[in-house]
Design a protein around this ligand. Structure first.
Ligand code: PNS
Length: 160
């Protein structure tokens, strides 16, 4: 049974991420979507909140589990018996960092393979950071994020 890990910050999960989850599920029997603390970015949502949102979103997809991890991604993949990491690519601009991460991961664990899935052009401009910015400034992010995320964003920025 082919198992893949789809790791990310998911701060918050966007419609682009959901598109990648659905595509990954077409390719792999089981997909573990796993929230990681990205030490290069300051998070808006806690890991628990990000997991909650993803669980709600992924409830409708069979074969998809939601989890979180800390530490090295390749160690987490191996511990879960997965030898594939899925990452989404939106545009050429994503490629440089993704290539660097994939090569580093291959260096650390040669048996773990990174597979890239392209997001739909409809969602290719979306990122969690641009969604956070627009929502923070009161803009409408409907359709750019799942409905549950709209609620979390509204709640977060109401209390700021
Ligand atoms: O959604 P993001 O922020 O682009 O995801 C990046 C993430 C979380 C996948 C990456 O930062 C990661 O793999 N973090 C785990 C720590 C790790 O293994 N680092 C070395 C590999 S580059």
């Amino acid at each position: 049974m082919a198992l893949a890990i789809y790791p990310g910050s998911f701060d918050p999960v966007t419609s682009g991420h959901v598109d990648v989850i659905e595509r990954a599920r077409h390719v792999f029997d089981r997909v573990i979507v796993s929230v990681a603390p990205n030490i290069r970015k300051e998070a808006l949502f806690t890991t628990e909140e990000r997991v909650e949102m993803l669980r709600e979103v992924c409830r409708e997809f069979s074969g998809v589990e939601v989890d979180s991890f800390s530490g090295l991604l390749v160690n987490y993949a191996v511990a879960n018996g997965a030898n594939v990491i899925v990452r989404g690519l939106r545009a050429v601009s994503d490629f440089e960092l993704e290539l660097q991460m994939a090569q580093m991961n291959r260096c650390l664990a040669p048996d773990v393979h990174t597979v890239f899935l392209m997001t739909t052009t409809e969602h290719s401009f979306l990122s969690s950071s641009i969604v956070r910015e627009v929502a923070r400034l009161g803009g409408d992010v409907r359709g750019m994020v799942p409905p549950v995320v709209e609620k979390y964003l509204a709640r977060k920025f109401q209390t700021e």
